[in-house]
Write a protein that binds this ligand. Sequence first.
Ligand SMILES: [Zn+2]
Length: 410
Amino acid sequence: MLLSQKIKINVSEQDAATLEFMQGKCRGLYNWWVMRLRNGEHWNIKIAKKSLRESKAYDPDLNFVYGKLLAEVYFRLEKAMQAFFERVTPGEKKPGFPRFKPRHQFFTLCYPAMYLEVQGNTLILPTGGGGKWGPKGYPNIVAHLTETPPEHFREVAVSRDACGNYYCSFVYDDAEQHQDQDPKENTRKKREQRPMREDGTMAFDLGIKTLATGVTDQGRFYHIGGFKGYRYYNKQLDKLRSKRDRCKKKSRRYIHLSKVYKRVSERKRNKQRDCLHKASHLIAGKLAERAVVIGDLSQRQMVMKKKESETPKERNKRRIRNRMVYNDWGLYGFVQMLEYKCLRFGKELYIISERDTTKMCSACQNKQDMPLWKRTYRCSNENCGLVMDRDENSAVNIRERFLARLGPHT
Ligand SMILES: [Zn+2]
């Protein structure tokens, strides 16, 4: 399957300026087209690509941008437009028209592999012009890779993080790599291969407090805690922001504090992503059950709405929680990671309706309200009297629903 390896690159100041120039021009072209499309122009990629000549005549600087990068802009627009058309057809409320790419974000540059050269740990990224294409405005970029790239790759995307570091992401097919390429990694992979229980099932309840609570068809429970450092980081970030906002805009201290803020939030994001990777890897790669079942998140109403008359305590609670859902939670990313990791490890991921799974008693199917602060499920049915952890109860329900759906004979 297709995987991607992201490697940090070191470039000279001049080459960094070249990258900035090229991404700026690519973004300009992209946004110009978005503007035209927003004004009702018809999108046709062939006609659009042909118009590049006119665009170059209008802005000769485009000649200094590598041609394949400009071509990629049209493919990106095509993808965005096709996705938009797909969203329109089911008749959803907000299909979301392709947006302008903001100036402060780096416009990712996509190089097709066949025009790239890797020598040792050096990668040459071409710029526009040269030969029959006229004078070169900028010399080719020499990127020093900090890790060894995969042997056969298909595409390289150049990006930049908030701190101004540049990265190359190599897209490659893991089946095309040589078996004996890295002996160390191979032994590690072999060790990780565990016997799989073909008919085993593992159901997970995904949540805020614990990232995932799972139960197997044999009744064994797993608790996967998730990222713990929100408070530590959020406190720092809030402090930095309030300090910054008291400074004069664009002053030296303001710029310095902005930089620190970016660095800390980058660190928080990395930690969080790493944590989600580890958790999804544990589920997809380490646990023995072949079928992995999770509830459908799109049905969940996670964000709290503002009440008419709210006490300060309620207000604070709503703010903290909505911040978690919007910024920190990352469950959607987690599901995406699970999807591809399950595919990679030969497991099956099922996403089923999770309606009432928290409200229902897993022993007697009795339903009762379960406000979020109730962490333990105490069944109100006198004859049942089940007492169970809220998330465990929900995981059992998801498992039972999945097994019932399959029917007795499969
Ligand atoms: Zn019960």
